[in-house]
Design a protein around this ligand. Structure first.
Ligand code: FAD
Ligand code: NAP
Ligand code: MG
Length: 458
């Protein structure tokens, strides 16, 4: 095994889960295969590694990050907790259920900072092109070392694609938008609500980005927020100052025209219209082609590219579950790469995928979506030794979260949940989310007893 080489593209939560999975086996006495992980940013963490930049990175590469200042977890942390590294173990005290980005970034790093994970990662390195040789059964990956502007290649027996899929904007056109006088951006380039203070803003889309950017802008002082939906409105009771309208038909100057005949003036437009799965480094025959959904086709167990299972994709599903799902995938992928797991024939794999795809097609409600992804992860858990956790309870918490958001979009982040890993009940944050304008880790981790001492701004 020692001479098998494994390449990983991306050191976000998925790529790091893959490294962690191998380390877990090493701790049981197995020899570590040769692993090289390539990361185009200068640090790990993927989306959670916040950048102020937009457009391109330091070395002119398309910028990966889509997160923004003041971003808080939009689901309970109890639904994403690593089952081999709890929040208690990391923070040494109970924290709230919806931490801000820097706190979750800190948590992601905790378990890998303890190990040699960094040694496997080549930062500032973009995977430029991949090919597969049928004769040698090896992948060749062409890489750019961005710092020294050098192109070189590496060969691998297995290739893990963990490059994420919420980075390349889906940017639709609306007639007349080219003459809109104000800011027009995609959510990918949104870096915080500050610049939208006192403005009338229009967000196109009706999913998580539209919901959260709308609420963030409202919280930080936008004059008005309009969400424009294509298929279905989010449909909750919005506070005064946020409303939903059907789809924009066209723009004239700074006026937007909507399907229901409404016309309104705006200062800025933010396209919250989702992302494209984009793999510019993969040739046609190796490339996953899918929309954002819970079961991309051609991935056996949601992981193995069916035409060539040595090509492994992590985290390509739409996500209710995140970090713990990436872990369960990475553990199964590891066992295949380590010859601890045999896959059935391509035809049997096709039957298994079709079964999931059929069910995916039938999904109608968000509760059914949660149950689907829960069952998917249960299936993966039965295939590896990733520590089991109570998935039925996590599914129940997801459903409670959905209800909480419907009840009050401004206060759902003040709710608390109990960990299925440690049994610990979360502790409410010292400040109501709507009043908390500071998302730093330092301010967040202040003890409630010291509330009078919490600095206004840290
Ligand atoms: P990513 O985190 O996207 O990491 C992929 C990595 O691959 C990046 O570091 C990138 O630089 C690297 N890469 C890409 N292409 C190349 C290349 N060619 N060569 C080398 N490296 C490359 N999830 C939650 O659980 N809670 C939340 O609150 C939450 N909020 C979110 C908010 C936003 C705005 C977005 C966009 C996503 C959010 N998510 C959230 C989901 C998020 O996608 C996952 O939590 C997680 O980051 C996915 O991990 P990943 O490793 O699969 O992908
Ligand atoms: P998404 O869930 O894929 O939703 C895309 C939205 O764009 C849908 O509402 C879709 O409408 C709409 N859309 C697509 N094309 C359109 C068009 N031509 N015209 C009008 N509408 C169009 O993408 P997302 O909302 O960006 O979420 C991506 C990920 O980021 C999620 O995992 C989410 O959890 C995460 N996120 C988290 C936070 C946080 O607070 N932590 C904030 C933002 C995002 P249809 O329904 O009609 O297809
Ligand atoms: Mg990754």
């Amino acid at each position: 095994m020692k001479n098998k080489r494994i390449g990983i593209i991306g050191a976000g939560p998925s790529g790091l889960a893959q490294i962690r999975a191998f380390e877990a086996l090493q701790n049981q006495g197995y020899a570590m295969p040769e692993i090289i992980c390539f990361e185009k940013q200068d640090n790990w963490g993927g989306m959670w590694n916040y950048t102020w930049r937009t457009g391109v990175g330091k070395y002119g590469e398309p910028l990966h990050g889509s997160m923004y200042k003041y971003l808080w977890s939009n689901g309970p942390k109890e639904c994403l907790e690593f089952s081999d590294y709890s929040f208690d173990e990391h923070f040494k005290k109970p924290i709230s259920s919806y931490p801000p980005r820097p706190v979750l970034f800190d948590y992601i790093q905790g378990r890998i900072k303890k190990s040699n994970a960094r040694e496997y990662i080549r930062f500032n390195t973009t995977a430029r092109w991949v090919s597969f040789d049928e004769d040698t059964q090896k992948f060749t990956v062409i890489l750019d070392d961005l710092k020294i502007d050098k192109t070189y290649s590496e060969e691998f027996d297995f290739l893990v694609v963990a490059s994420g899929h919420f980075s390349t904007p889906n940017m639709p056109y609306f007639k007349g938008i080219e003459n809109f006088p104000g800011t027009v951006i995609h959510a990918h380039d949104f870096r915080g609500a500050d610049q939208f203070k006192d403005l009338n803003i229009l967000l196109i889309g009706s999913s998580y980005s539209a919901e959260d950017i709308g609420v963030q802008c409202y919280k930080h002082g936008a004059k008005s927020v309009t969400l424009s939906y294509r298929s279905n409105p989010i449909g909750i009771e919005w506070p005064d100052g946020i409303k939903e309208l059907p789809l924009v038909t066209h723009f004239e100057g700074d006026k937007a025209y909507f399907k229901d005949g409404t016309t309104e003036q705006y200062d800025a437009v933010i396209m919250c219209t989702g992302y494209k799965h984009k793999f510019p480094f993969l040739p046609d025959e190796l490339r996953l082609k899918t929309k954002n959904n819970l079961y991309p086709d051609n991935l056996y167990k949601g992981i193995f590219f069916n035409d060539l299972p040595q090509l492994i994709y992590l985290g390509m599903q739409d996500q209710y579950y995140t970090f713990n799902m990436f872990d369960t995938q990475a553990w199964v992928a590891r066992d295949f790469m380590m010859d601890r797991l045999q896959l059935p024939s391509p035809a049997e794999r096709r039957i298994d995928m079709d079964k999931w795809l059929e069910r995916n097609d039938q999904l109608q409600t968000s509760h059914e979506n949660v149950d689907f992804q829960t069952d998917y992860i249960k299936d993966l858990l039965s295939m590896s030794d990733y520590p089991h956790f109570n998935l039925d309870e996590v599914a129940r918490m997801f459903k409670e979260w959905l209800q909480d958001k419907e009840d009050d979009i401004l206060t759902y982040r003040d709710k608390t949940f109990r960990s299925v890993v440690t049994g610990t009940m979360a502790k409410p944050h010292h400040t109501d989310w709507m009043d908390e304008l500071d998302d730093t880790k330092e301010r967040y981790l202040f003890e409630a007893e010291e509330e009078e001492m919490i600095p206004e701004k840290m």
